[in-house]
Design a protein around this ligand. Structure first.
Ligand SMILES: Cc1cc2nc3c(=O)[nH]c(=O)nc-3n(C[C@H](O)[C@H](O)[C@H](O)COP(=O)(O)O)c2cc1C
Length: 356
């Protein structure tokens, strides 16, 4: 059969070998922001497993932008050098390598999930968090409100990280503007109570994200894609709506973004109707903003993933938890969908295990 999932996707001058991509996933396994063998093996296994794009976890642009002290970063030379090893391995497997650039805002200074779910105190290895307004995420410590000067410095910090990402050899930069982290906190009226040009109207709330996108686009190669992950809805009255997110996508297109990675939620505690493909409709609506989109969220079955693309709801799919269960998901999906001849090859070392 003709499978869209395993058809290459070209964005600008860059071509992905297929349309099934590894979603960003924190591993809480770094020391001082430096990626290590864990990140190499974790991401490398999924590149070998056939993913077309392998995205790193949320990688902080400054130390205080880490979700946990064990997050990776890309604010110094050592981190950049170590990332390059993982990137080179991903490339050797024929996959594209992407880095998710992040600042955790008011949701920073927390432990790895297996160590608890409350903020880490400043005298216990934590730090003071920052946000558009001094409004805490429920259950976390209160952040400090950012000054106007501090806000104006943020796009430059993301651009510095993008420059380092280029040095490390990444093919894709993704700005993390979802899940209640700093850029999402600005976008959402539920966390942004500012009365200056960074708060209030949609245009004002989107200003930091747009300025950041422009600043990154300036330094990021014209030949390499720039993605933005958003939470298309806060699933809460008074918060971001999917319709508004389609307008955000249109602004992002003008600012130089190439694809919107559509997630939802995370900025407040909300009731989310979780089920198979539960964010796909949001992706389809955001796509009306004029940019290609990727869909994510309980996409677990090859036929389900293929159908999302066949229906024109998204241009690519991302898998997170299912890819932890099965690093070789794309190779298996290719077989289950009857893709012949296969376009994403098994590693030669594993060929004797390939389905005939
Ligand atoms: C262990 C784990 C870590 C995650 N870390 C990140 C992250 O760093 N950045 C991000 O945007 N999303 C993160 N997510 C969310 C996933 O990228 C994805 O959007 C979500 O899990 C839904 O997809 P799934 O149903 O395929 O797991 C994480 C999810 C998991 C399970």
């Amino acid at each position: 059969m003709t499978s869209l999932l395993f058809e290459p996707l070209t964005i600008g001058n860059f071509t992905f070998r297929n349309r099934v991509w590894l979603a960003p996933m924190c591993q809480y396994s770094a020391v001082d922001g430096v990626p290590n063998e864990w990140h190499l093996v974790h991401l490398g296994a999924r590149a070998s497993g056939g993913f077309g794009l392998v995205l790193t976890e949320a990688t902080a642009v400054v130390p205080e932008g880490r979700i946990s002290p064990a997050d990776t970063g890309i604010w110094n030379d050592e981190q950049t050098r170590e990332w390059k090893k993982t990137v080179d391995f991903i490339h050797s497997r024929g996959a594209a390598a992407g880095v998710q650039l992040a600042h955790a805002g008011r949701k920073a200074s927390t432990p790895a999930p297996w160590d608890g779910h409350e903020s880490i105190a400043n005298d216990d290895g934590g730090w003071t968090t920052v946000a558009p307004s001094a409004v805490p995420f429920p259950g976390y410590k209160a952040p400090r409100e950012l000054s106007l000067d501090e806000i104006k410095a943020l796009p430059g910090l993301f651009a510095d990280a993008a420059r380092r990402s280029l040095e490390a050899g990444f093919d894709v930069v993704e700005l993390h503007a979802a899940h209640g982290y700093l850029l999402h906190e600005f976008l959402s009226p539920l966390s942004n109570e500012r009365t200056d040009e960074y708060g209030g109207s949609h245009e004002n709330r989107a200003r930091l994200l747009i300025e950041t996108t422009r600043a990154v686009r300036e330094v990021w190669s014209k030949d390499k894609p720039l993605f933005v992950r958003i939470s298309a809805t806060d699933w809460t009255e008074g918060g971001i709506t999917v319709k508004e997110s389609a307008r955000t996508a249109a602004l992002l297109k003008d600012a130089g973004a190439d694809l919107i990675d559509v997630s939802t939620g995370g900025n407040v505690k909300a009731k989310i109707p979780v089920g198979p493909g539960y964010q796909v409709e949001a992706a389809a609506t955001v796509r009306t903003g004029g940019l290609p989109v990727s869909a994510v969220g309980l996409i677990t079955e090859p036929r389900q993933a293929e159908q999302i693309l066949q229906d024109g709801k998204a241009d690519a799919v991302m898998l997170a938890r299912e890819a932890l269960r099965d690093p070789n998901w794309p190779l298996r999906a290719q077989h289950e969908l009857g893709v012949d001849p296969v376009s994403t090859p098994w590693p030669l070392q594993y060929e004797r295990a390939a389905w005939q």
